[in-house]
Design a protein around this ligand. Structure first.
Ligand SMILES: Cc1cc2nc3c(=O)[nH]c(=O)nc-3n(C[C@H](O)[C@H](O)[C@H](O)COP(=O)(O)OP(=O)(O)OC[C@H]3O[C@@H](n4cnc5c(N)ncnc54)[C@H](O)[C@@H]3O)c2cc1C
Length: 381
């Protein structure tokens, strides 16, 4: 084998890149992670909502510094203020401090032998390696884990602009996530409140074609008095996975591969598992030099998430076409039985069917049903 500086170079030191590096290093291969920011985990651009079963799958036990909060319920609010509440306890949802969480994975990767460099970035993938801010480095496999920034140039129609502030306010319920639907204010998405501690929350909005900062500030003004102690603005990707995760010596993982949920843009779990599956497949390929082993990564991710993501995309296309009147009708049609069924049987990580049940084939969405009925049935089927 010709001389290489590293077996694998990972661009992006966040959940997907670090988990990938952790897996490759565990097999004894030389891995370098390049993170263009000054610090792993910072700036944080995440709500941190994740389920405990997902954390188990990622091989991470949340530590005291990583775990911010436990969620007991989720309240959905209609444009006119109607609401219903789901019991979230069966789904075991927690809120992570992403700054600490990413450092915890970095520690795992480092313990396995990976090298991590901050303030170092990938410029370009070349034939025998990568060009970085520190010069040319040879490697056998380059991993693109640069998040949504990798996708924006590919397809601008797949992103929505989001704004999320960390706020202190006394109207925050410490144990309840809130989701506000309103197609006029947040077209194609919603506003959210994710409590982190007593009187502290991450409050955000996203939507197609909106000025996210302005819309968020209007939302906060309606809620009452608050102090914003941190503001972030980031694009989210809602178009699902890219067609090819592997091209030549380059492997794309996490949000860079479109592995965040098309419904909520949550990606800690599905993007993180993308990193793990890729890391395992890369290790196999480094051993065998058989490209089919590399291809195993996409097959494994698609077997786990492919159908669910297709259903989420379908759910998104239905939700996007509902106007506020139809949303109000939907809220009127929800029964205590359907709520308790969703709370009991629903999954935080695989939630397309729960959305379909909420949309309700027999519900009162009469106007929308004529157009959407077939799609709803496909979603439920
Ligand atoms: C406002 C908001 C709220 C969210 N809330 C949730 C939530 O509650 N739950 C959930 O599961 N998901 C949530 N997500 C999504 C979640 O944050 C992402 O799915 C997840 O972080 C994806 O991880 P990743 O490793 O693929 O990419 P990212 O976390 O985006 O990391 C990419 C990394 O690559 C680095 N980078 C970029 N370019 C280069 C380069 N050229 N060279 C080197 N490094 C580079 C970046 O600095 C960054 O550290 C949210 C996202 C947003 C924007």
């Amino acid at each position: 084998m010709k001389f290489v500086d590293y077996d694998v170079i990972v661009a992006g030191g966040s959940v997907a890149g670090l988990l990938c590096a952790r897996e490759v290093a565990a097999k004894g291969y030389r891995v370098l992670v390049l993170e263009e920011d000054y610090e792993i985990g910072t700036p944080e651009h995440c709500g941190g909502l994740v389920s405990i079963p997902a954390m188990d799958d990622l091989g991470i036990i949340p530590m005291r510094g990583t775990l911010d909060n436990k969620i007991r319920s989720a309240r959905m609010i209609s444009p006119s203020g109607k609401e219903f509440t789901l019991d979230a306890r069966p789904q075991q949802v927690i809120v992570l401090d992403r700054r600490e969480f990413d450092k915890q994975i970095a520690h795992q990767a480092r313990t396995n032998g990976a090298e991590i460099r901050v303030r170092a970035s990938l410029r370009e993938v070349v034939k025998d390696g990568v060009r970085t801010s520190d010069g040319h480095v040879k490697c056998r496999i380059a991993v693109d884990a640069r998040g949504v920034s990798s996708l924006i140039n590919r397809d601008r129609t797949g992103t929505l602009q989001s704004a999320q502030y960390e706020v202190y306010a006394d109207w925050i319920d410490k144990e309840m996530v809130e989701v506000y639907l309103d197609q006029e204010r947040y077209p194609g998405f919603f506003a959210w409140i994710i409590p982190t501690r007593h009187d502290e929350a991450k409050v955000g909005v996203a939507g197609r074609g909106i000025n996210a900062a302005r819309v968020l500030e209007e939302f906060l003004a309606r809620k009452g008095r608050y102090s914003a102690v941190r503001k972030i603005f980031a694009p989210i990707w809602i178009k699902g996975p890219i067609p090819e995760f592997v091209t030549g010596n380059m492997v794309t993982i996490g949000d860079a591969a479109g592995q965040a949920k098309p419904t909520t843009a949550g990606g800690i779990y599905s993007s993180g598992l993308g990193g793990i599956f890729a890391g395992k497949a890369i290790s196999k390929f480094l051993e065998s030099s058989n490209p089919d082993d590399l291809g195993e990564y996409q097959r494994e991710w698609s077997a786990k998430f492919g159908r669910e993501f297709e259903q989420m995309l379908l759910a998104r296309s239905i939700l996007e076409r509902l106007d506020n009147k139809a949303i109000e009708g939907l809220f009127d049609s929800i029964t205590p039985d359907s709520l308790s069924e969703i709370s009991k049987d629903g999954s935080f990580d695989f939630h397309a069917v729960s959305i379909a049940k909420l949309l309700g084939v027999k519900g009162s969405l009469k106007a929308a049903q004529a157009i959407l009925g077939n799609e709803l049935r496909r979603l439920l089927g």
